[in-house]
Ligand binder design. Structure first.
Ligand code: B12
Ligand code: SF4
Length: 449
């Protein structure tokens, strides 16, 4: 069969699809699905962030994945291709959280991981049948296929070969773990993985690292949501990465700061930046969201320890939570400035369907918008308690604006963490680009990734 696998984009407030010509990394989803597809089929990959979807595509099967607000476009494309007689399969994080609704737009839905069911789905479609919903148990992490890195949809090979700047910019994606053991009620990850947590063997990760190095890549991004969910296994990995002399970035929980051996090994193995879900400076918010381990009174000390190892911190923070009032915006800004977070991503609260946070908000009648196409990181999706929704949005935008004002950038970036000065320069450029981008596209708050 001829199979086209699509990662759709999402709509911006002006009704246009988000498109870009350059991106600093790439997801592994499409390349993984291709690696799982039996060789007798022909596979084409399209990431709509970079490339147009051919609406007249003459394939037999269209597979579409969706994260966040991409779901609206995913359903639109699914309906379009089905109306042209194509078989459509939907999968991915959002589809998994809403399988029944997704099945209304598809011939087959893969809920959860594809590894154990993808060939069954294709065999069934080839034979003219479908079970509808396909769900399997969790895959053994050492059976995740090694992808062909030439399939990464957002990697520009020509630029990688010819441009030193691009080689410094592009981060090659790798997976060490999947899932997260924590119970944070708002989080799509723990809902998708049902709080399971698995890691690959160190040998399998090293094999990917060496493949990337053979192409000339030295900068790696772990796509993991929480690579230190099992600290002893993470230590084993970091120790094994030291001789590889790579630079890497990842998401992490703040717990990395509270285990000196783990933090030291991370730094020595080439960790240059960590995106950390700090979420809020209000302890009561964290208690409500079941992210108790975060402990805001320790944050300043935690972040100083990470910076002391030369690691940049990208802070992820929510504003407009139930225990926030109008003074919380200034408090958040002060905190981000004083702790010198190199980059900041702000979020308004988002009730991802399937999460317990969604159930709570639904029961309280506080969900304002059920058009999932609007579920970006900066949308008025919930009625806040201690402020009006207008105040929440104004506070969100004003805080973002101040974080990325020139003086805000200077106060956060100087003095930089010791060592890795090239990295600091990179983050300075990223801050200035964000400043410029948000100035030009004021409607794009909440869609920067
Ligand atoms: C890399 C990444 C990105 C990259 C690259 C995306 C790309 N186009 O290539 C960037 C930075 C651009 C990105 C952007 C966004 N992302 Co993103 N992203 C990720 C991340 C870190 C890894 C994805 C990945 O490659 N995983 C590895 C692959 C192998 O796993 P997988 O995608 O889950 O796929 C498996 C299954 O889900 C399933 N599957 C997936 N798709 C399909 C499709 C079919 C047909 C089938 C059969 C199966 C299937 O099979 C795969 C193998 O088991 C995830 C978090 C995570 N750990 O997964 C967040 C994540 C998916 N992103 C998320 C979000 C919200 C976004 C944004 C919407 C954020 C925003 N700015 O508003 C945007 C969307 C932008 C856009 N238009 O594309 C959320 C999704 C939440 C949700 N409820 O849906 C996640 C879970 C992050 C989080 N912690 O909340 N993202
Ligand atoms: S620690 Fe992070 S990834 Fe894990 S459940 Fe909480 S928010 Fe999700």
């Amino acid at each position: 069969m001829r199979i086209t696998l699509i990662s759709p984009s999402h709509y911006l407030a002006d009704g246009k699809l988000l498109r870009t010509t350059r991106y600093w990394t790439s997801g592994l989803t499409l390349a993984t699905l291709k690696a799982l597809t039996p060789l007798r089929h022909q596979v084409r990959l399209v990431d709509e962030l970079f490339a147009d979807v051919d609406l007249d595509d003459d394939c037999d099967v269209v597979g579409i994945g969706a994260m966040g607000p991409q779901i609206k476009r995913a359903y639109e494309l699914a309906d379009h291709f089905r109306s042209r007689g194509k078989k459509v399969v939907l999968g991915g994080p959002w589809v998994t959280l809403t399988p029944d609704r997704s099945l209304q737009h598809a011939d087959a839905v893969v809920s959860g991981e594809a590894e154990n069911v993808w060939t069954d789905v294709l065999d069934d479609l080839e034979a003219g049948r479908s079970k509808g919903l396909y769900r399997s148990g969790w895959v053994d992490m050492d059976r995740i296929p090694h992808i062909d890195y030439r399939d990464l949809p957002l990697l520009k090979w020509d630029a990688f070969r010819t441009s030193r700047m691009y080689r410094m910019y592009f981060h090659w994606p790798i997976t060490f773990s999947r899932g997260c053991p924590h119970p944070c009620s708002f989080c799509a990850v723990q809902t998708f993985y049902e709080r399971t947590y698995r890691t690959r063997s160190v040998a399998a990760v090293l094999e990917d690292v060496r493949t990337i190095k053979s192409y000339g890549g030295r900068k790696i991004l772990f796509l993991d949501d929480n690579p230190i969910g099992h600290p002893e296994r993470a230590k084993e990995l970091f120790a094994a990465l030291i001789p590889e002399k790579i630079k890497w970035a990842s998401q992490s929980t703040i717990n990395i700061a509270r285990d000196p051996e783990l933090l030291d090994l991370a730094a020595r193995s080439g960790c240059v930046s960590l995106s950390i879900g700090l979420e809020t400076t209000e302890e009561t918010n964290l208690r409500q969201l079941k992210k108790r381990f975060n402990r805001p009174f320790l944050f300043a000390d935690d972040l100083a320890k990470i910076r002391a190892k030369g690691i940049q911190v990208i802070a992820l923070m929510m504003v407009g939570l139930d225990h926030d009032d109008m003074s919380s915006f200034d408090k958040t800004l002060r905190f981000l400035t004083e702790t010198k977070c190199s980059l900041v991503k702000l979020f308004t609260p988002c009730p991802y369907p399937g999460t317990t946070f969604y159930d709570e908000m639904k029961a309280e009648g506080r969900i304002r918008d059920d058009d999932w196409g609007n579920y970006t990181y900066g949308a008025a999706l919930l009625d806040p308690i201690k402020m009006s929704v207008e105040e929440m949005m104004q506070g969100f935008q004003a805080t973002y604006k101040q974080v990325y004002s020139l003086s805000g950038i200077a106060k956060r970036m100087f003095p930089p963490p010791k060592g890795n000065y090239l990295e600091t320069l990179g983050y300075l450029v990223a801050n200035l680009k964000t400043h410029q981008y948000l100035h030009k596209h004021p409607e794009a708050w909440g869609t920067i990734s």
